[in-house]
Design a protein around this ligand. Sequence first.
Ligand code: FO1
Length: 337
Amino acid sequence: MTSPEGSFAGPNPAPASRVVALCGGVGGAKLALGLESVLAQGQLTIGVNTGDDFEFLGLCISPDLDTVLYTLAGLSDPVRGWGRCDESWNFMAALEQLGGENWFSLGDRDLALHVERTRRLRAGETLSAVTGDLARRFGLRAEVLPMTDQPVHTLIHTAEGALPFQDYFVKLRCAPCVTDISFSGAAEASANPALIGALADPKLSAVVICPSNPFLSIDPILAVPGVRAALERTPAPIVVVSPIVGGRAVKGPTAKIMGELGLAVNSKMIAAHYAGLIDGMVIDDSDAADSEHLGVPAHVTRTLMRTAGDKCKLAGAVLSFARALDEGAMPRHTENA
Ligand code: FO1
Protein backbone atom coordinates (compact mmCIF):
# COMPACT_ATOMS: atom_id res chain seq x y z
CA MET A 1 0.00 0.00 0.00
CA THR A 2 1.62 3.24 -1.11
CA SER A 3 -0.05 6.46 -0.13
CA PRO A 4 0.44 9.98 -1.37
CA GLU A 5 1.32 12.78 1.04
CA GLY A 6 -1.54 13.71 3.33
CA SER A 7 -3.84 10.82 2.54
CA PHE A 8 -3.80 9.74 6.20
CA ALA A 9 -4.80 13.18 7.41
CA GLY A 10 -7.30 13.20 10.24
CA PRO A 11 -7.39 13.23 14.00
CA ASN A 12 -4.54 11.38 15.66
CA PRO A 13 -4.97 8.72 18.36
CA ALA A 14 -7.89 9.10 20.74
CA PRO A 15 -6.85 10.85 23.97
CA ALA A 16 -7.01 7.62 25.93
CA SER A 17 -4.66 5.79 23.56
CA ARG A 18 -0.96 5.32 24.00
CA VAL A 19 2.07 5.28 21.70
CA VAL A 20 5.48 3.69 22.32
CA ALA A 21 8.51 5.00 20.41
CA LEU A 22 11.87 3.23 20.34
CA CYS A 23 14.88 5.38 19.65
CA GLY A 24 18.56 6.12 19.93
CA GLY A 25 20.16 9.55 19.79
CA VAL A 26 19.94 12.51 17.46
CA GLY A 27 17.73 11.36 14.52
CA GLY A 28 15.39 9.36 16.73
CA ALA A 29 15.04 12.16 19.27
CA LYS A 30 13.82 14.54 16.54
CA LEU A 31 10.87 12.29 15.75
CA ALA A 32 10.29 11.67 19.47
CA LEU A 33 9.95 15.46 19.84
CA GLY A 34 7.46 15.53 16.97
CA LEU A 35 5.45 12.72 18.58
CA GLU A 36 5.48 14.45 21.95
CA SER A 37 4.23 17.63 20.28
CA VAL A 38 1.23 15.99 18.57
CA LEU A 39 0.27 13.73 21.49
CA ALA A 40 -1.25 14.68 24.83
CA GLN A 41 0.46 14.48 28.21
CA GLY A 42 1.01 10.86 29.21
CA GLN A 43 0.29 9.38 25.77
CA LEU A 44 3.91 8.86 24.69
CA THR A 45 6.41 6.40 26.17
CA ILE A 46 9.93 6.45 24.70
CA GLY A 47 12.17 3.39 25.10
CA VAL A 48 15.77 4.53 24.67
CA ASN A 49 18.97 2.70 23.78
CA THR A 50 21.54 2.54 26.57
CA GLY A 51 24.11 0.41 24.71
CA ASP A 52 26.19 3.59 24.15
CA ASP A 53 26.45 4.22 27.91
CA PHE A 54 29.91 4.23 29.42
CA GLU A 55 31.98 5.69 32.20
CA PHE A 56 34.20 8.68 31.50
CA LEU A 57 36.19 10.62 34.12
CA GLY A 58 34.38 8.49 36.70
CA LEU A 59 31.00 9.79 35.48
CA CYS A 60 28.06 7.71 34.22
CA ILE A 61 27.33 8.85 30.65
CA SER A 62 24.03 7.93 28.93
CA PRO A 63 24.31 9.80 25.62
CA ASP A 64 21.05 8.71 23.98
CA LEU A 65 18.95 9.25 27.10
CA ASP A 66 20.43 12.74 27.44
CA THR A 67 19.89 13.54 23.77
CA VAL A 68 16.22 12.60 24.17
CA LEU A 69 15.86 14.53 27.45
CA TYR A 70 17.56 17.68 26.12
CA THR A 71 15.72 17.53 22.78
CA LEU A 72 12.29 17.19 24.38
CA ALA A 73 13.16 19.88 26.92
CA GLY A 74 14.14 22.26 24.10
CA LEU A 75 17.68 22.37 25.51
CA SER A 76 19.64 20.43 22.88
CA ASP A 77 22.32 21.97 20.72
CA PRO A 78 20.78 22.21 17.25
CA VAL A 79 24.11 21.93 15.40
CA ARG A 80 25.88 19.13 17.28
CA GLY A 81 22.62 17.31 18.06
CA TRP A 82 24.06 16.11 21.39
CA GLY A 83 24.71 18.06 24.57
CA ARG A 84 23.10 21.35 25.58
CA CYS A 85 22.60 24.58 23.70
CA ASP A 86 24.17 27.76 25.13
CA GLU A 87 26.91 25.54 26.50
CA SER A 88 30.28 26.71 27.82
CA TRP A 89 33.42 24.57 27.90
CA ASN A 90 35.48 25.90 30.82
CA PHE A 91 35.71 22.48 32.47
CA MET A 92 37.10 20.81 29.33
CA ALA A 93 39.56 23.68 28.73
CA ALA A 94 40.81 23.46 32.31
CA LEU A 95 41.03 19.66 32.07
CA GLU A 96 43.06 19.91 28.85
CA GLN A 97 45.49 22.31 30.53
CA LEU A 98 45.99 19.72 33.28
CA GLY A 99 46.69 16.99 30.70
CA GLY A 100 43.42 15.18 31.53
CA GLU A 101 41.53 12.80 29.27
CA ASN A 102 39.58 14.99 26.85
CA TRP A 103 38.66 12.95 23.76
CA PHE A 104 35.00 13.03 24.90
CA SER A 105 33.59 16.49 25.58
CA LEU A 106 31.33 17.39 28.49
CA GLY A 107 30.07 20.96 28.49
CA ASP A 108 29.79 22.81 31.79
CA ARG A 109 26.00 22.55 32.04
CA ASP A 110 26.00 18.95 30.80
CA LEU A 111 28.59 18.20 33.47
CA ALA A 112 26.08 19.15 36.17
CA LEU A 113 23.66 16.49 34.91
CA HIS A 114 26.43 13.89 34.83
CA VAL A 115 27.66 14.67 38.35
CA GLU A 116 24.11 14.47 39.69
CA ARG A 117 23.18 11.28 37.80
CA THR A 118 26.40 9.59 38.89
CA ARG A 119 25.83 10.58 42.53
CA ARG A 120 22.30 9.18 42.48
CA LEU A 121 23.26 5.93 40.71
CA ARG A 122 26.12 5.40 43.19
CA ALA A 123 23.64 6.02 46.01
CA GLY A 124 21.61 3.07 44.71
CA GLU A 125 18.90 4.64 42.55
CA THR A 126 18.09 2.96 39.25
CA LEU A 127 18.78 4.61 35.88
CA SER A 128 15.00 4.56 35.28
CA ALA A 129 14.31 6.45 38.51
CA VAL A 130 17.00 9.06 37.84
CA THR A 131 15.85 9.49 34.21
CA GLY A 132 12.19 9.80 35.26
CA ASP A 133 13.09 12.49 37.77
CA LEU A 134 15.21 14.40 35.23
CA ALA A 135 12.32 14.22 32.74
CA ARG A 136 9.96 15.60 35.37
CA ARG A 137 12.36 18.42 36.29
CA PHE A 138 12.74 19.30 32.59
CA GLY A 139 8.93 19.44 32.32
CA LEU A 140 8.61 16.67 29.70
CA ARG A 141 5.14 15.44 28.77
CA ALA A 142 6.46 12.06 27.62
CA GLU A 143 7.72 9.14 29.68
CA VAL A 144 11.41 8.47 28.94
CA LEU A 145 12.61 4.96 29.77
CA PRO A 146 16.05 3.39 29.50
CA MET A 147 15.68 0.01 27.78
CA THR A 148 17.08 -1.63 30.92
CA ASP A 149 18.52 -0.66 34.30
CA GLN A 150 21.39 -3.10 33.89
CA PRO A 151 24.60 -2.31 32.00
CA VAL A 152 24.64 -3.24 28.31
CA HIS A 153 27.66 -2.29 26.19
CA THR A 154 27.62 -2.13 22.41
CA LEU A 155 30.83 -3.57 21.01
CA ILE A 156 32.01 -2.74 17.51
CA HIS A 157 33.97 -5.60 16.02
CA THR A 158 36.63 -4.54 13.52
CA ALA A 159 39.60 -6.15 11.79
CA GLU A 160 41.74 -4.72 14.65
CA GLY A 161 39.52 -6.23 17.35
CA ALA A 162 36.45 -5.29 19.39
CA LEU A 163 36.05 -1.61 20.31
CA PRO A 164 33.81 -0.11 23.02
CA PHE A 165 31.14 1.96 21.27
CA GLN A 166 32.37 5.46 22.19
CA ASP A 167 35.98 4.54 21.26
CA TYR A 168 34.67 3.63 17.81
CA PHE A 169 32.20 6.51 17.51
CA VAL A 170 33.94 9.49 19.08
CA LYS A 171 37.64 8.64 19.59
CA LEU A 172 38.09 6.97 16.18
CA ARG A 173 35.29 8.93 14.42
CA CYS A 174 33.75 5.72 13.02
CA ALA A 175 36.85 5.16 10.84
CA PRO A 176 37.45 1.41 11.51
CA CYS A 177 35.76 -1.05 9.16
CA VAL A 178 32.93 -2.80 11.03
CA THR A 179 32.76 -6.59 10.73
CA ASP A 180 30.13 -7.25 13.40
CA ILE A 181 28.28 -5.61 16.31
CA SER A 182 27.42 -7.23 19.63
CA PHE A 183 25.75 -6.16 22.87
CA SER A 184 27.71 -7.28 25.89
CA GLY A 185 25.50 -7.82 28.94
CA ALA A 186 22.25 -7.75 26.95
CA ALA A 187 21.47 -11.45 27.45
CA GLU A 188 21.77 -11.07 31.24
CA ALA A 189 19.82 -7.79 31.40
CA SER A 190 16.13 -7.46 32.25
CA ALA A 191 13.99 -5.25 30.06
CA ASN A 192 12.64 -2.15 31.75
CA PRO A 193 9.34 -3.39 33.26
CA ALA A 194 7.68 -0.04 32.45
CA LEU A 195 8.58 -0.50 28.77
CA ILE A 196 7.21 -4.05 28.74
CA GLY A 197 4.11 -2.76 30.54
CA ALA A 198 3.60 -0.02 27.94
CA LEU A 199 3.91 -2.57 25.12
CA ALA A 200 1.28 -4.73 26.82
CA ASP A 201 -1.11 -1.82 27.48
CA PRO A 202 -4.51 -2.57 25.87
CA LYS A 203 -4.69 1.16 25.03
CA LEU A 204 -1.53 0.94 22.87
CA SER A 205 -2.40 2.26 19.41
CA ALA A 206 1.03 2.28 17.72
CA VAL A 207 4.69 1.41 18.16
CA VAL A 208 7.03 3.73 16.27
CA ILE A 209 10.60 2.70 15.55
CA CYS A 210 12.28 6.07 15.06
CA PRO A 211 14.75 6.74 12.20
CA SER A 212 17.68 5.77 14.41
CA ASN A 213 20.54 3.55 13.29
CA PRO A 214 18.99 0.03 13.24
CA PHE A 215 22.31 -1.67 14.01
CA LEU A 216 23.68 0.67 16.70
CA SER A 217 20.55 2.13 18.31
CA ILE A 218 17.54 -0.17 17.83
CA ASP A 219 19.21 -3.62 17.81
CA PRO A 220 20.53 -3.14 21.38
CA ILE A 221 16.95 -2.48 22.55
CA LEU A 222 15.72 -5.59 20.71
CA ALA A 223 18.61 -7.62 22.20
CA VAL A 224 17.33 -7.17 25.75
CA PRO A 225 15.34 -10.32 26.60
CA GLY A 226 11.61 -9.71 26.56
CA VAL A 227 11.51 -6.64 24.30
CA ARG A 228 11.21 -8.45 20.96
CA ALA A 229 8.67 -10.88 22.42
CA ALA A 230 6.60 -7.96 23.78
CA LEU A 231 6.67 -6.35 20.33
CA GLU A 232 5.66 -9.61 18.69
CA ARG A 233 2.71 -9.92 21.09
CA THR A 234 1.29 -6.43 20.75
CA PRO A 235 -1.69 -6.18 18.42
CA ALA A 236 -0.83 -2.49 17.85
CA PRO A 237 0.75 -1.74 14.47
CA ILE A 238 4.54 -1.39 14.47
CA VAL A 239 5.80 1.25 12.07
CA VAL A 240 9.44 2.06 11.30
CA VAL A 241 10.63 5.32 9.83
CA SER A 242 13.56 4.58 7.53
CA PRO A 243 16.81 6.37 8.42
CA ILE A 244 17.77 6.26 4.73
CA VAL A 245 16.98 9.25 2.54
CA GLY A 246 17.90 9.17 -1.13
CA GLY A 247 20.10 6.11 -0.63
CA ARG A 248 22.12 7.84 2.13
CA ALA A 249 21.91 8.16 5.91
CA VAL A 250 20.82 11.60 7.08
CA LYS A 251 23.50 11.67 9.81
CA GLY A 252 25.98 9.27 11.35
CA PRO A 253 27.55 6.04 10.16
CA THR A 254 24.46 4.01 9.15
CA ALA A 255 25.32 3.93 5.42
CA LYS A 256 29.03 3.31 6.07
CA ILE A 257 28.26 0.38 8.39
CA MET A 258 25.71 -1.11 5.99
CA GLY A 259 28.30 -0.99 3.21
CA GLU A 260 30.95 -2.61 5.43
CA LEU A 261 28.51 -5.36 6.44
CA GLY A 262 27.88 -6.04 2.75
CA LEU A 263 24.34 -4.62 2.77
CA ALA A 264 22.90 -2.39 0.06
CA VAL A 265 22.18 1.10 1.41
CA ASN A 266 18.44 1.46 0.82
CA SER A 267 15.13 1.31 2.64
CA LYS A 268 14.46 -2.17 1.26
CA MET A 269 17.43 -3.43 3.28
CA ILE A 270 16.19 -1.59 6.40
CA ALA A 271 12.78 -3.27 5.94
CA ALA A 272 14.53 -6.65 5.56
CA HIS A 273 16.41 -5.97 8.81
CA TYR A 274 13.09 -5.61 10.66
CA ALA A 275 11.28 -8.35 8.69
CA GLY A 276 8.66 -10.18 10.73
CA LEU A 277 8.55 -7.41 13.33
CA ILE A 278 7.09 -4.42 11.50
CA ASP A 279 3.73 -3.81 9.87
CA GLY A 280 4.65 -0.80 7.79
CA MET A 281 7.44 1.54 6.83
CA VAL A 282 7.60 5.28 6.26
CA ILE A 283 10.11 6.23 3.57
CA ASP A 284 11.26 9.49 2.07
CA ASP A 285 9.84 10.88 -1.18
CA SER A 286 13.27 10.47 -2.76
CA ASP A 287 13.07 6.68 -2.16
CA ALA A 288 9.52 6.30 -3.50
CA ALA A 289 10.77 3.74 -6.05
CA ASP A 290 11.45 1.33 -3.14
CA SER A 291 7.87 1.51 -1.86
CA GLU A 292 6.58 -1.58 -3.65
CA HIS A 293 9.56 -3.73 -2.62
CA LEU A 294 9.60 -3.46 1.16
CA GLY A 295 7.54 -6.56 1.98
CA VAL A 296 5.26 -4.35 4.11
CA PRO A 297 2.98 -1.42 3.25
CA ALA A 298 4.82 1.86 2.73
CA HIS A 299 3.89 5.45 3.37
CA VAL A 300 5.91 7.87 1.25
CA THR A 301 6.47 11.37 2.60
CA ARG A 302 9.22 13.85 3.42
CA THR A 303 11.17 12.30 6.31
CA LEU A 304 13.88 14.98 6.65
CA MET A 305 13.24 16.89 9.87
CA ARG A 306 14.83 20.32 9.71
CA THR A 307 12.16 22.43 11.47
CA ALA A 308 9.75 21.94 14.36
CA GLY A 309 6.99 21.84 11.73
CA ASP A 310 8.77 18.99 9.88
CA LYS A 311 8.94 16.96 13.10
CA CYS A 312 5.24 17.44 13.91
CA LYS A 313 4.21 16.76 10.33
CA LEU A 314 6.18 13.53 10.14
CA ALA A 315 4.89 12.45 13.56
CA GLY A 316 1.31 13.07 12.44
CA ALA A 317 1.88 11.16 9.19
CA VAL A 318 3.41 8.19 11.05
CA LEU A 319 0.50 7.99 13.51
CA SER A 320 -2.09 8.34 10.75
CA PHE A 321 -0.32 5.60 8.76
CA ALA A 322 -0.35 3.35 11.85
CA ARG A 323 -4.07 3.97 12.26
CA ALA A 324 -4.68 3.13 8.60
CA LEU A 325 -2.74 -0.12 9.06
CA ASP A 326 -4.80 -0.90 12.14
CA GLU A 327 -8.04 -0.33 10.26
CA GLY A 328 -6.88 -2.15 7.13
CA ALA A 329 -7.06 -5.82 6.31
CA MET A 330 -3.33 -6.26 5.74
CA PRO A 331 -1.47 -9.23 7.29
CA ARG A 332 0.18 -8.13 10.56
CA HIS A 333 3.36 -8.95 12.45
CA THR A 334 1.40 -10.89 15.09
CA GLU A 335 0.74 -13.55 12.47
CA ASN A 336 4.48 -14.34 12.53
CA ALA A 337 4.67 -14.63 16.32
N1 FO1 B 1 29.75 12.94 20.35
C1 FO1 B 1 30.91 13.32 19.77
O1 FO1 B 1 31.08 13.11 18.56
N2 FO1 B 1 31.93 13.91 20.52
C2 FO1 B 1 31.79 14.16 21.83
O2 FO1 B 1 32.72 14.68 22.45
C3 FO1 B 1 30.54 13.82 22.45
C4 FO1 B 1 30.29 14.09 23.78
C5 FO1 B 1 29.03 13.81 24.33
C6 FO1 B 1 28.75 14.14 25.65
C7 FO1 B 1 27.51 13.87 26.19
C8 FO1 B 1 26.55 13.25 25.41
O3 FO1 B 1 25.34 13.00 25.94
C9 FO1 B 1 26.80 12.90 24.10
C10 FO1 B 1 28.05 13.18 23.54
N3 FO1 B 1 28.35 12.86 22.23
C11 FO1 B 1 29.55 13.20 21.65
C12 FO1 B 1 27.37 12.17 21.39
C13 FO1 B 1 27.39 10.66 21.53
O4 FO1 B 1 28.60 10.08 21.78
C14 FO1 B 1 26.79 9.95 20.31
O5 FO1 B 1 26.08 10.81 19.49
C15 FO1 B 1 25.86 8.85 20.69
O6 FO1 B 1 26.40 7.94 21.59
C16 FO1 B 1 25.34 8.12 19.46
O7 FO1 B 1 23.96 8.12 19.54
